[in-house]
Design a protein around this ligand. Structure first.
Ligand SMILES: Cc1cc2nc3c(=O)[nH]c(=O)nc-3n(C[C@H](O)[C@H](O)[C@H](O)COP(=O)(O)OP(=O)(O)OC[C@H]3O[C@@H](n4cnc5c(N)ncnc54)[C@H](O)[C@@H]3O)c2cc1C
Length: 380
């Protein structure tokens, strides 16, 4: 088994690392404080090809593999998870979903703009009464011949106010259960489509999370993705790949906090020596380093499964479950290693700790990942 990254993957890693240091780090604390969306940073990420990384260049994408995308996600997330969640949603939920399942006309119309950052996208599945239980969709898309009439509310939508295009999951035929669900492309500004106030969040505060309201929104039939009734499958397949992006985000948050803690532990002195020389601190660093490496291997395995055409439902769920726990554990310990300084904003680790929590919740909570994993291993 070869763990060596290719020259291209190393180049992408370096480019993402440089971007994180030069473009994301300045102002990251202020953006978190003010809940300010990283607009300029996302624009630049689009120009550099980080928003449509896995998409065919004929649609403006970078034509890279999933592993390259995961590597870039790790590097960006070490510094700013509010920016990296935009990268993740746009790449794995919106661009990948459209490239894999949309019609050629839909790709030409939307994907070409989403890959370059001319606009960003949102993925709209969750509802006030349908989170983990995504089959309980209350949003309806009633077939009216040449269009669907969309009514309902979506919750917690990343890029809620900043997106130009929204992939909305809705129930067309209640009798058919999840086989009666469709995925529709809805443009911002369509009459009847309203955006709720921004959520005031614990972490990833720079990201733009809103509820969305649809009141008799007319969506042309040609905006349906795939066959009638394909919407739930579309959502599940897309989320399976999305979990690789979020696992890589969790890995990056953990690695970022670890790097800060290691550096701090070599500088801060107590009892006449650098604190890394106290075994209690050294062992924390040893655990962090080992767990991060294990998380990285799970993330890479899931990405390679996807790249090699293997089923990646199990490996992506395991990668997300494990990496998000490592993110939580590592960031808590990074704060501890920083002592009082860990508790204030200037040292970054408290923000990383707050950001880590969301990786155990979105794109399927840790409990849901365990359901996916246990079903898969019991079936085998
Ligand atoms: C910042 C943020 C951004 C988000 N971005 C998006 C987005 O862009 N698009 C989108 O569609 N959604 C998004 N979400 C929604 C997110 O995916 C949901 O919050 C998540 O899936 C959980 O759903 P819920 O909040 O309704 O929790 P619930 O489903 O109500 O779960 C509550 C608790 O019960 C547990 N639970 C539920 N069912 C089971 C079960 N069968 N077995 C064991 N435990 C169970 C859960 O694990 C959880 O601990 C976002 C959420 C947040 C907070």
């Amino acid at each position: 088994m070869d763990f060596t990254l290719s020259e291209e993957q190393l180049m992408i890693q370096q480019a993402a690392r440089d971007f994180a240091q030069t473009e994301l780090l300045p102002g990251v604390i202020e953006r978190d404080d003010a809940q300010k969306f990283p607009e300029e940073q996302i624009k630049k990420l689009g120009e550099l090809g980080f928003l449509g990384m896995m998409v065919d260049p004929k649609y403006g994408g970078s034509g890279l593999d999933t592993l390259s995308y995961a590597i870039a996600m790790e590097e960006l997330s070490k510094v700013d998870a509010s920016s990296s969640v935009v990268v993740s949603v746009n790449n794995s939920l919106v661009c990948w979903g459209l490239e894999a399942f949309a019609s050629e006309a839909q790709k030409q119309k939307y994907l070409t703009k989403l890959t370059t950052g001319e606009m960003i996208g949102a993925f709209c599945l969750s509802e006030p009464e349908a989170g983990s239980d995504a089959t309980s969709q209350k949003t309806t898309a009633i077939d009216k011949g040449d269009h669907y009439l969309l009514n309902g509310t979506k919750n917690w939508i990343t890029n809620g106010s900043t997106a130009g295009v929204y992939l909305v999951i809705a129930q067309t035929d209640i009798e058919k259960g999840h086989k009666g669900i469709n995925a529709l492309i809805v443009e911002k500004g369509t009459p009847g489509f309203e955006i709720g106030p921004k959520e005031n969040k614990l972490g990833i505060r720079g990201s733009d999370t809103h509820s969305l309201m649809f009141n008799d929104v007319k969506v042309p039939k040609e905006n349906r993705i795939g066959e009638d009734g394909f919407g739930f499958k579309f959502a599940m397949k897309t989320l399976s790949g999305g979990r690789i992006g979020i696992a890589a985000q969790a890995l990056g948050i953990a690695a970022g906090a670890y790097e800060l803690a290691l550096k701090y532990s070599k500088e801060r002195k107590s009892f006449g020596t650098e604190i890394c020389n106290h075994q209690a601190i050294a062992f924390k660093l040893a655990d962090m380093h080992t767990e991060i490496e294990a998380a990285r291997l799970l993330v890479y395995k899931a990405a390679l499964d996807k790249d090699n055409g293997n089923n990646y439902d199990l490996s992506s769920a395991m990668a997300k479950l494990f990496a998000s726990k490592v993110a939580m554990d590592t960031t808590v310990e990074a704060v501890q290693i920083h002592g009082g300084n860990g508790f204030v904003k200037d040292y970054h680790v408290e923000r990383l700790m707050r950001d880590a929590k969301i990786t155990q919740i979105y794109e399927g909570t840790s409990e849901i990942q365990k359901i996916v994993i246990s079903r898969s291993i019991i079936k085998q």
